[in-house]
Design a protein around this ligand. Structure first.
Ligand SMILES: C[S@@+](CC[C@H](N)C(=O)[O-])C[C@H]1O[C@@H](n2cnc3c(N)ncnc32)[C@H](O)[C@@H]1O
Length: 190
């Protein structure tokens, strides 16, 4: 179609792209406000930015090297707000981010359940959703991925405040081996 730009989206380079192909119901709307944790150089953030064309993406990354590449992209798109910070210390960017509809987290860290809870506690709206990618090997290289996923789900459900209720969870293979994608809401919320 004339005047329309089509962009390739590689599910092997994007957990969100893999979640689309694994038939998750993706809760992103054109006016959604999204907190994206683990922006890297912005591959997936650029697709989120396309979808939430009238919303905003607050994109947190703690690697200065990745952020440098990401800034070029962020400069060209008005709805991307790059934040160089540690997602484990959300109070450090609380003055930049208001309430959000969705937290998308892809940080591949052993303490990712705690990171998700801290950010949800500060920013996720009552009816908001967490989208999370869990990489088994970044948590435990000895245990089986299935066991790691089970433990991480339990942590999300019980270990921190707020606690989450898992709405959907599926492995992201063959696009990402030993990764689990999940969508959750704050327990007790609508
Ligand atoms: C798997 S990559 C993310 C890929 C990206 N989501 C994409 O699809 O284009 C994980 C990223 O999270 C970042 N990261 C890990 N821990 C972090 C933390 N505590 N705070 C902010 N960024 C973090 C890493 O530097 C890395 O760039």
């Amino acid at each position: 179609m004339e005047g329309v730009e089509y962009r390739a989206w590689d599910p092997r380079r994007s957990k969100l792209g893999a979640m689309v192909l694994k038939k998750f119901e993706i809760p992103l709307k054109k006016d959604s406000r999204v907190l994206y944790l683990g922006a890297a150089t912005g591959t997936t953030v650029s697709h989120v930015s396309d979808i939430v064309s009238e919303g905003a993406v607050y994109a947190v990354e703690f690697s200065a090297r990745s952020m440098r590449d990401f800034l070029g992209l962020a400069d060209r798109r008005k709805n991307i707000h790059p934040i160089l910070a540690d997602a484990g210390r959300p109070e450090s960017y609380a003055h930049l981010v208001g309430p959000v509809d969705v937290i998308f987290q892809d940080v591949a860290q052993p303490n990712q359940a705690e990171i998700a809870a801290k950010n949800a506690g500060l920013f996720l709206k009552k009816d908001g959703l967490l989208m999370l990618s869990i990489k088994a090997r970044s948590i435990d290289t000895a245990a089986s991925p299935k066991q790691v996923f089970k433990n991480e789900v339990k942590k999300l459900e019980e270990a921190f405040e707020p606690k989450f209720e898992i709405l959907n969870a599926r492995e992201l293979a063959p696009y990402h081996e030993d990764h689990l994608g999940l969508i959750a809401k704050i327990k007790g919320s609508e």
